[in-house]
Design a protein around this ligand. Structure first.
Ligand SMILES: *Cc1c(COP(=O)(O)O)cnc(C)c1O
Length: 379
């Protein structure tokens, strides 16, 4: 399969979200919904919540899902601000901009905080984590990013979860850009709060985030929230009340309907394993092809996720802007870099994107010239 882009977009988004979505996901947004009516609350919202629990490997007895207005960060802030009690302390494992954002949220909310920052190019240090949790019994919660979008690194979540659960602490996972795209058994990991958003691997459009929580853990957080609109427990209580599915404040109805369609299409594709296989093939074609064109990837293969790939600027004369514009003219939008101490650009391989799309991108890159040759730089 390949995107033809005939009627829709002038270019394909090769970014970490929002992503290129299918025409059918866009089409279902062409009607209005009443946020009071069961057609929407029961027929759409509750179905989504049930499906999210199922995708996470949980059951309705053990797990529950909460939807929250805003972009993904709003849901991260809702969790951090709502689940850590006043006498709690958060340990953040950071190795990129999104891990640092977890810490920044806690700082802003004046939550006692410790940060283990291993730098952009290294995964979290599991031994150090183990020692810290044993020694510092005031740490009640540990938060980390699963797929660090800064570099494309996939952090060793099962290992980290094992350590955190062994010593009985609460685990918060920003799985924003991996949930629905990489198989993840939230129940088996015993993760307490897992956060993602509508416009990442489930391939919906932007407008809300989602939290899959262990029921037990969420029930224990009543009255902890530091914000009204981002109160996770209250949002959940409202969604659970009556026949269910009611949001406290206006919900992004069109976006929510699109998300329900995106979940149906995820199932039709063969579920998370099939989607992961497609993204993995996209990424393989990309990194091999780019390396041949003189653009080696930033990360070694063992840490590379199928989600997004960072490429260091290939030569001194390389300029991102003209490169970006040349690719955009040919129908591809890529992403600037975010690594702190080196110039990079990034290419996402998620969304309604297929290996043949990536091959077309590589042809477009080839026309810009080899990355390692200064003389051919696009101007
Ligand atoms: C996309 C993303 C977020 C959320 O970003 P928003 O711009 O708020 O949607 C958070 N964490 C990670 C790892 C992400 O990839």
């Amino acid at each position: 399969m390949v995107n033809t882009l005939e009627d829709e977009n002038p270019y394909l988004l090769l970014t970490p979200g929002p992503l290129s979505t299918t025409p059918s996901v866009k089409r279902v947004m062409m009607r209005d919904w009443c946020t009071w009516d069961d057609d929407y609350n029961v027929g759409v919202v509750q179905e989504i919540r049930k499906e999210l629990v199922r995708l996470a490997g949980g059951t309705d007895e053990t797990h529950t899902a909460v939807l929250m207005q805003g972009s993904g960060t709003f849901s991260v802030e809702a969790v951090i601000g709502s689940v850590i009690p006043e006498d709690g302390k958060l340990l953040v494992l950071a190795n990129g901009a999104y891990g640092q954002r977890l810490a920044k949220i806690a700082e802003r909310l004046r939550i006692p905080l410790e940060v283990h920052d291993t730098g952009d190019l290294k995964p979290p240090d599991v031994e150090h984590l183990c020692r810290t949790l044993t020694q510092d019994t005031t740490i009640t919660h540990v938060a980390l990013v699963h797929g660090e979008t800064t570099t494309g690194m996939l952090n060793p979540l099962p290992e980290i979860a094992g350590v955190v659960k062994e010593v009985g602490r609460t685990l918060i996972v920003d799985a924003m850009c991996t949930f629905g795209g990489i198989p993840m058994d939230v129940a088996e990991l015993e993760a307490d709060f897992v956060i993602s958003s509508a416009n990442k691997c489930i391939q919906g459009v932007p407008g809300f985030g989602l939290i899959v929580a262990k029921r037990e853990a969420l029930e224990a957080t009543e009255g902890c929230a530091r914000s009204l609109s981002l109160d996770l427990f209250d949002q959940w209580k409202t969604m659970e009340s009556g026949s269910g599915g009611k949001w406290r404040y206006t919900s992004p109805t069109h976006t929510v309907r699109a998300f329900a369609q995106a979940l149906t299409e995820l199932k039709e594709e063969g579920g998370v394993p099939a989607r992961c296989a497609r993204y993995t093939e996209n990424q393989r074609v990309l990194s091999e092809g780019m390396a041949e064109l003189g653009y080696p990837s930033l990360l070694p293969e063992e840490w590379q996720s199928p989600i997004i790939t960072a490429f260091p600027f290939p030569s001194e004369g390389f300029e991102f802007r003209p490169f970006y514009e040349r690719l955009k003219d040919q129908g591809f939008v890529i992403y600037p870099g975010k690594v702190t101490d080196r110039d990079t650009f990034r290419v996402g391989t998620i969304g309604n994107v297929f290996p043949d799309d990536i091959r077309r991108l590589l042809d477009a890159v080839a026309q810009c010239g080899r990355g390692d040759s200064l003389s051919n730089m696009p101007k």
